[in-house]
Design a protein around this ligand. Structure first.
Ligand code: X2X
Length: 336
């Protein structure tokens, strides 16, 4: 077993990542910045972010101290996005799809069944499509790091029935994150999507406000969603990633040499997080099955055909515009 999986299994509660007061740098930091996110402390995002914060503290001789606030401690994604914009927090990682509530084209990477594998994801997101999206994010007055962090290919879980064909989606009460693209996609599949922030997902499933949700295996495992779900359909229906964002005023306060150290370490941590998540998503099925989740592997062709029939691709192509859509298809192949 690799080290990430061992740590995820060993980690329990916030104590696993409690940050000890840094004794190495007794003086108060010049820049004490908050980094907040929505994921459990045991997810590779928080494991790598903690290493990253330590490395930044060391490399800046204690001048920059990034403090982690994982697991929606500071509120839901919606709350954290407004805190980021107002300067209440300095750093935040957010799915491009949720960011699209502010930067509409940021959801384009989540179009259903666009990417077949990680090779095409990274080629697009580290290439022209990613550069285009980052340009749009910058226009919204936010700073975004070059390397997007991985969330993964998403899978559908439910407490009521296995999802094998598009017909099984009919009327399924399924939680989706707060994003027009997500709602549109699951409506096109004839499901009944409910927009709910991740902070509320476990309890929404537990109390049966919704029957299902969709997320990569690394999140189903670390957020313990398997405790409140029975079936998992390996639909790989979309890829999702987290942009590492900064408040512009706070970022501009950092002298250039410190900006360079911070950006370098954030991007390097993101690359490690990508490797961790890809490995987890490839290997967690057995562990989750042992915990009682029943897996099935649907044929994606029928789902894609249903989306096409419902007009999903042509609708979103006209929303994003030809330029952005061409960049997506350059990485993903012909969609609409
Ligand atoms: O809200 C979700 O489902 C999550 C954790 O995958 C995102 O942040 C998009």
């Amino acid at each position: 077993m690799n080290f990430t999986r061992r740590r995820i299994l060993a980690a329990s509660g916030a104590s696993a990542l409690a940050i000890p007061a840094s004794r190495a740098f007794a003086q108060k930091a010049e820049f004490t910045y908050k980094y907040a996110n929505n994921l459990p402390v045991s997810h590779p995002m928080n494991i790598r972010a903690k290493e990253m914060a330590d490395a930044i503290r060391a490399e800046t001789q204690g001048r920059v101290d990034i403090q982690l606030y994982p697991n929606n401690q500071l509120g839901s994604d919606t709350d954290m996005l407004s805190q980021l914009r107002s300067g209440g927090i300095e750093f935040f990682t957010l799915s491009g799809l949720i960011l699209s509530t502010l930067v509409p084209s940021a959801s384009i990477s989540g179009i259903g069944f666009a990417f077949n594998d990680y090779a095409s994801v990274w080629k697009a997101m580290d290439g022209e499509l990613g550069a285009f999206i980052r340009g749009q994010i910058a226009k919204a007055n936010l700073v975004v790091m070059d390397k997007i962090w991985d969330n993964g290919f998403r899978q559908i879980t439910s407490s009521s029935k296995p999802i094998a064909t598009p017909e099984d989606m009919k009327g399924l009460k399924i939680r989706v994150p707060v994003s027009p693209l997500w709602t549109s996609m699951f409506k096109a599949l004839d499901a009944s999507p409910a927009s709910i922030n991740f902070a509320e997902v476990y309890s929404a499933l537990q109390t049966r406000i919704v029957d299902g949700q969709e997320n990569p295996l690394a999140i189903i495992a670390t957020a313990k969603l398997y405790e409140v779900q029975k079936y998992c359909s390996l639909s790989n229906h979309m890829w999702d990633g987290f942009w590492f964002l900064a408040n512009k005023r706070s970022w501009d306060k950092l002298p250039q040499d410190l900006q360079a150290i911070v950006a370098k370490n954030i991007n390097a941590a993101g690359m490690k997080e990508r490797a961790d998540v890809a490995e987890l998503n490839a290997n967690l099925q057995k562990e989750l099955a042992a915990k009682g989740l029943a897996f099935n592997q649907p044929d994606p062709t029928a789902f894609r055909a249903q989306l096409r029939k419902a007009g999903f691709y042509s609708e979103w192509k006209s929303k994003y515009g030809d330029e952005a859509w061409a960049l997506l298809e350059r990485g993903a192949g012909k969609l609409a």
